[in-house]
Design a protein around this ligand. Structure first.
Ligand code: FAD
Length: 409
């Protein structure tokens, strides 16, 4: 293997390039990205857009990193085609790039809302730096904003706007905010938090269209009513960027399909991050997943042992509410809530064993839960229910036992 090409320089692509070097790969690395900005962290876009973000402040790595690691970073350059048989990429510039191994890290894009008026000025969604700048310029005290969707991005943006004196309405398709992602118990805490922030939530709302001449003036709801507003933020989820892979004949189905080793259906092509889905599992959209898969693929391509599996985890900052989740909750999980350090904790049990943990402003519990779930040592509901059970102390005891075992070995 002499030439590795990576398509997409988001969290996954950049980490893959860095990890290849960490693992000792000395060949060529071509890292090709459609966006022109120096590759950057996406989470601050929806949490800190009003603070005047700069490219440098949110860069994943300083510009000098790529030169120092001999990584050829091509910005503003989309890959238009993969010739999987000849192992070649065609770039938008017409240039061709040959590879021995190809890593697809094309990420995802925001789902669009196809209703009349969707092209009016004043309707934004947040995915890239340009969106964050546009949103920042729309924050004017005393104006109104209408957020379509009560998922992470919608709620994060709503909280920032409300804090800046914008009157915010959130339209939620489900009875509770984040109803698809967190337990009803945690969603209720968030619903109360939104109300405390002065954010109005319309439950079960459908959007018929947007009104205005060239600039937006209001949102027409499914029941015929009009909500007047100067700004609309669309946050209705993301779809994976699979078209490049699809056209090349790779298997795709809500993501580029990969096996446990992150290999696609084509020889010498792997896929990682938001664009990839492991067969039989749901696709994950998180920085932790993108970074971990990038480290794993680098290890595999360099012939190193596979990494110890990590339990999926995710965070979101909704104003002052620091939501963290570890493990993937299922609708049938039995949920027990407790208050630790003044924060909210929801323990989710499946078949009597701890399977996922949601916390709001209880970081010590999140860290402990990750330790417990990563260790793979079962924690039964009976143990967690025993009087005086302390999950943080339990995690520490597990770590101490593991260290003892390590020393003994
Ligand atoms: P991306 O970061 O999407 O990068 C993919 C890159 O590939 C893009 O730059 C794209 O332009 C490029 N590309 C696509 N097609 C081509 C092509 N044909 N040729 C060349 N380049 C191409 N996750 C969390 O865990 N916590 C958070 O708090 C959080 N907040 C978020 C806030 C926002 C506003 C957004 C948008 C996402 C957030 N996420 C968060 C999700 C997280 O950012 C993603 O899971 C992560 O960015 C995935 O990384 P990736 O490298 O797979 O994809």
């Amino acid at each position: 293997m002499e030439r590795v090409a990576i398509v997409g320089a988001g969290h996954a692509g950049v980490q893959a390039a860095a990890s290849l070097r960490d693992e000792g790969f000395g060949g060529d690395i071509e890292l090709v990205n459609a966006e022109s900005a120096l590759p950057y962290h996406r989470p601050p876009l929806s949490k800190r857009f009003a603070e005047g973000l700069t490219d440098e402040a949110i860069a994943l790595r300083p510009a000098a990193f790529y030169a120092a690691e001999d990584i050829r970073l091509r910005l503003g350059t989309a890959v238009e085609e993969i010739d999987a048989r000849r192992q070649r990429l065609t770039l938008r510039t017409g240039e061709q790039l040959a590879y021995d191994q190809l890593i697809l890290a094309t990420g995802s894009r925001n789902r669009r809302l196809a209703v009349p008026g969707a092209e009016l000025n004043g309707i934004v969604s947040i995915r890239d730096l340009g969106d964050a700048y546009r949103l920042a310029s729309s924050v004017v005290i005393g104006t109104r904003a209408f957020v379509v969707g009560a998922g992470y991005l919608g709620l994060e943006v709503a909280a920032v706007l409300a804090r800046r004196g914008v009157k915010v309405t959130v339209a939620a398709s489900r009875p509770l905010p984040l109803g698809r992602s967190v337990s009803p118990e945690t969603a209720k805490v968030l619903a109360a938090a939104l109300s405390d922030m002065g954010i109005e939530t319309i439950v079960g709302a459908s959007i018929a269209g947007f009104e205005g001449d060239t600039c937006l003036s209001g949102v027409r709801l499914g029941d015929g009513s009009l909500s007047e507003t100067e700004l609309v933020v669309i946050g209705i989820g993301a779809v994976p960027n699979v078209e490049l892979a699809d056209h090349a004949g790779l298997a795709v189905d809500d993501g580029i399909l990969v096996n446990e080793a992150l290999a696609t259906s084509a020889a010498n092509i792997s896929a990682i991050g938001d664009c990839a889905r492991i067969r039989g599992c749901s696709r994950l959209e998180s920085v932790a997943n993108a970074t971990f898969q990038a480290r794993r693929i680098a290890a595999r391509l360099c012939g190193k042992p596979d990494l110890t599996p990590e339990t999926p985890w995710f965070w979101s900052d909704i104003g002052e509410f620091k939501l963290k989740m570890v493990g993937v909750r299922q609708p049938d999980d039995v949920v027990q809530t407790l208050t630790v350090d003044g924060g909210h904790v929801a323990l989710c049990f499946r078949d009597g064993q701890l399977a996922a943990v949601e916390t709001i402003n209880a970081n010590r519990v999140h860290v402990a839960a990750r330790r417990i779930l990563d260790a793979g040592v079962p924690l039964g509901m009976d143990v967690a229910n025993a009087p005086g059970f302390d999950i943080v102390a339990h995690a520490k005891a597990l770590a101490a036992r593991a260290a003892e075992g390590f020393r003994a070995a």
